[in-house]
Design a protein around this ligand. Structure first.
Ligand code: GRF
Length: 202
């Protein structure tokens, strides 16, 4: 399958997908990287790997529906089969998400359903949790609640700051996102009736 990776910023998860997909046995191709911000640092990193990039600037569109229509048009032009959100900081509208349901993944820097939304590492430290982590899930219309594909846990250490904890989590994001994409691309994980079906337990 052809994969579109959607970014808004530095693109470290995007790079983990590009690097994984460069392996000859990887079952998907990173066909295009799309950013809603023309200045996203990840664009140059993708170009350096010879991955085509496109910009769909949200500021050039009147509302979310118009932006999502433009994004959908680019995905169709690029013949994308799967969409990976990787630090993509725009909410997507219901019709767009429904169209791509079962074919769109997101990475979230917390163990869902805990700590949906932003500033997850600060909030995990404030709550005093001892275990934190990250989640790859299928995207459904409500934010950060989609059916879960893979999670990874990390310990929270006494001396942690949001920065040190976030770095520990990010290292795991870079492991589980390519693993989740592999499962979906191979058809070994799919969305059926709103639940993830795994061919084998991993
Ligand atoms: C990551 O922490 C990801 O989980 C979250 O946004 C951040 C993006 O980082 N959704 P990067 O652009 O992939 O480096």
């Amino acid at each position: 399958p052809r994969v579109a990776v959607l970014i808004s910023g530095r693109g470290s998860n995007m790079m983990s997908l590009i690097e994984a997909a460069a392996a000859p046995d990887f079952p998907a191709e990173i066909a295009v990287v799309i950013s809603n911000r023309p200045d996203a640092h990840g664009l140059a990193r993708a170009q350096a790997c010879n991955i085509p990039t496109r910009i769909v600037d949200h500021k050039a569109h009147a509302d979310r529906a118009a932006f999502d229509a433009a994004l959908d048009a680019v995905l169709e032009e690029e013949a994308a089969d799967l969409v990976c959100l990787a630090g993509f900081l725009r909410l997507l509208t219901g019709p767009f998400v429904e169209k791509w349901t079962g074919r769109m993944l997101n990475i979230h820097p917390a163990l869902l359903p805990s700590f949906k939304g932003l500033h997850t590492h600060e909030r995990a430290l404030a709550e005093g949790v001892r275990i934190h982590g990250c989640t790859v899930h299928f995207v459904t219309p409500e934010m950060d609640v989609g059916p879960i594909l893979i999670q990874a846990a990390v310990p929270v250490l006494e001396a942690d700051t949001p920065g040190t904890l976030g770095a520990r989590v990010l290292a795991q994001e870079h492991v589980i996102y390519p693993a989740a994409l592999r499962l979906v691309a191979e058809g070994r994980a799919r969305l059926e009736n709103g639940r993830v079906v795994l061919d084998e337990f991993i």
